[in-house]
Design a protein around this ligand. Structure first.
Ligand SMILES: [Zn+2]
Length: 643
């Protein structure tokens, strides 16, 4: 799921998603109601007592008339433990008309809050397979609040659409709302007005007009699906199919688009961009997970996108939004986060695969720009972990800076640490894992599969980057004397949860038209390293290829270029001001560095004609400083003492 924070403030404008350079703030569709839902995140209040095998959902929905709708949902299940009741999640706002068993006989039921318990005489025994049907009706948008079931208008027609993540399914249908058990097989029947079409999961197997007044569309889906990914959207859609050729297959994958009729021409041009993305993810990771059916988009009016299985719901078809929701088909839909605390397994991957799409299909430079933007967003605050510490807090759970951006950066650094071939092999094993494929995964599963593929122990990596808060501040200083370059590093962790960050610092030494990339892993908070360099270094650049999440400053000089005694300065020590005599004050660049090599002051000498220059050390604290003067030919260095 991907959402603009601005949308939460009530903006219903269609913003140009993805057109910006600054890191976007991504938050999930949430509102106060979620707070109470989150407290039951493991559904501790509900004892379902069964494994769900199949749902056949019949829904009567007509947005021309309003949000009011009727449903008849059948659940086929296998009983886990002998029980007198089976439980469903269903909002108390919806009226239940009848509950029936496999033979059509009425069953008794009891409603407790948002749970519905169904009873049959003799109960159910372990291993028994049975079904229960629930006939109900109501106005779910009254109970669903912000976004679970929305009746809206897209300017050229009314629409009803659903978006259940994370706790909204029960607001519009009786279901087993959990992250433990996927629906193995699903049929969705939508009865609506003849002028409308319904979008849903899987493929259309029936689309017919009944008695001139009603259209029936039946969608069949034969892959396991998490409850929150079941969705419908009904409006006067314009429909077209495009095809994504896949590597090694003769048949392309159909991409079915249901778009608002007024945007048909633009949409048809824009959605073409998703075709090479499908081929990219399909060949980088594992084959598109729902290949026997389709991929697709259905336009809706919520301000973002939602990765409904085989048919993402989209506010528009911007490049990055399409990449993000497509990526979820692998990361989120095929393999679904096993608890909401593992939400980054959905959102971190989807965010990172959007960067990868840019890297592979546009340019590396552009992907660096995205990564830099995300890095400055993440390091804008000193605290925060990818692991949500307070799961009752929606802001922390669906936090764009942490769950999305930092999650993506953690994957980026994992890839850098292991190299492409081991990283992608680990991801493939995670997607194909016996316990994860078409099921659920927790963070420890990702660690397990990547460790298995790479043979590396990643405990420290996950400990600091997943559980740990913040990032390292690094002060790098350098000097060259003769052919020896000395690098110094002073690390300050931004948050006490990680006392020391194990990082590899990329530094690019550059001068005389040559360069040398150094990857340095300091072993303590303050470290120094010497190395031989066969050219005169002018500058040292931190992380030119954007590989480390840190906030860094670099300072230093080449002592081979320093000449003494060309300038005169006094008094030294000084209480604040000193005077510098120079032959040509307008031609020099002057900078003041502190004792650890950080630049603290730049002095502008442009336009000065006097040979005498008064320099103020201003607010600098007492201590030792170094004045560095560059007259265009030589660099001069003086030690300064401020009392
Ligand atoms: Zn997402």
């Amino acid at each position: 799921m991907r959402k603009w924070i601005g949308m939460l403030l009530g903006l219903l404008l269609v913003l140009p998603l993805g057109a910006q350079e600054v890191p976007e703030s991504l938050v999930c569709k949430e509102h106060d109601r979620i707070q109470t839902q989150l407290s039951r995140r493991n559904n501790s209040g509900v004892k379902h007592g069964y494994l769900i095998d199949y749902n056949r959902c019949k829904w009567w929905v007509n947005p021309i008339k309003g949000a009011y709708f009727k449903g008849d949902v059948v659940a086929h299940f296998t009983v886990i433990n002998t029980t007198d009741s089976v439980g469903f999640d269903l909002s108390s706002n919806l009226q239940v008309d009848r509950v029936y068993g496999m033979g059509g006989q009425s069953l008794s039921y009891r409603r407790t809050g948002n749970q519905l318990y169904v009873f049959k005489s003799g109960g159910w025994v372990t291993g028994e397979r049975d079904s229960v049907g629930i006939v109900y009706q109501g106005n779910p948008s009254n109970g669903g609040g912000f976004g679970y079931f929305v009746h809206d208008n897209h300017m050229k027609g009314p629409i009803v659409h659903t978006l259940s993540e994370p706790y909204g399914a029960q607001y519009w249908w009786p279901c087993k709302q959990s992250l433990h058990d996927k629906i193995d097989s699903l049929d969705v029947w939508v009865y609506t007005d003849t002028s409308l079409k319904a979008a849903s999961n899987g493929v259309v197997v029936r689309n017919e007009v009944l008695g001139d007044t009603q259209r029936l569309m039946v969608w069949k889906h034969r892959y396991p699906i998490a409850t929150y990914l079941v969705a419908i959207a009904v409006t006067n859609y314009s429909e077209y199919t495009q095809y994504a050729p896949l590597v090694g297959r003769t048949k392309p994958l159909p991409v079915l688009n249901y778009v608002f009729p007024q945007f048909r021409v633009d949409s048809e041009r824009e959605t073409k961009d998703v075709l090479p993305m499908i081929r990219l993810f399909d060949s980088l990771f594992v084959p598109y997970p729902f290949e026997k059916e389709k991929y697709g988009h259905a336009q809706f009016t919520w301000g973002g996108g939602m990765e409904h299985q085989t048919m993402s719901f989209m506010v528009n078809f911007s490049y990055d939004l399409m990449a993000h929701e497509l990526a979820h088909q692998w990361f989120g839909d095929m393999v679904t986060c096993g608890t909401w605390q593992d939400l980054w397994l959905n959102e971190g991957f989807a965010t990172y695969l959007t960067v990868m799409t840019t890297e592979y299909l546009k340019s590396k430079e552009e992907s660096y720009g995205k990564l830099r933007g995300m890095r400055s967003n993440i390091t804008g605050n000193d605290d925060g972990s990818v692991f949500p510490r307070d799961t009752l807090n929606v802001g922390s759970l669906f936090n764009g800076r942490l769950t999305y951006n930092k999650g993506a950066w953690v994957l980026h650094m994992l890839r850098d640490k292991l190299g492409d071939s081991l990283f992608f092999e680990g991801c493939r094993q995670y997607l194909k894992g016996k316990n994860t494929t078409y099921g659920f995964a927790q963070t420890r599963d990702l660690e397990f599969y990547i460790e298995q593929a790479s043979g590396r122990n990643l405990d420290t990596f996950f400990q600091q980057w997943y559980y740990g808060e913040g990032f390292p501040y690094l002060k790098i200083n350098w000097k060259q004397k003769g052919q020896t370059v000395t690098l110094g590093c002073q690390q300050t962790p931004s948050h006490s949860s990680v006392p020391y960050w194990h990082v590899r610092i990329p530094l690019l030494l550059r001068g005389e038209g040559k360069e040398k990339l150094v990857l340095w892993e300091p072993k303590q908070l303050e470290a120094e390293m010497k190395m031989a360099v066969d050219f005169e270094v002018d500058t040292v650049i931190f992380d030119p290829y954007v590989r480390l999440l840190a906030k860094v400053s670099v300072g230093g000089m080449n002592l081979n270029k320093v000449q003494e005694n060309a300038f005169v300065l006094f008094p030294n020590p000084t209480n604040g001001n000193f005077v510098l005599y120079a032959r040509n004050p307008s031609a020099v660049v002057m900078e003041v560095y502190d004792a650890v090599g950080q630049k603290v002051l730049a002095i502008d000498t442009k336009g000065r004609e006097s040979k005498q220059l008064i320099v103020s050390l201003g607010d600098l604290s007492a201590g030792t400083y170094f004045l560095r003067i560059n007259d265009g030919n030589f660099v001069y260095s003086y030690k300064l003492l401020k009392n």
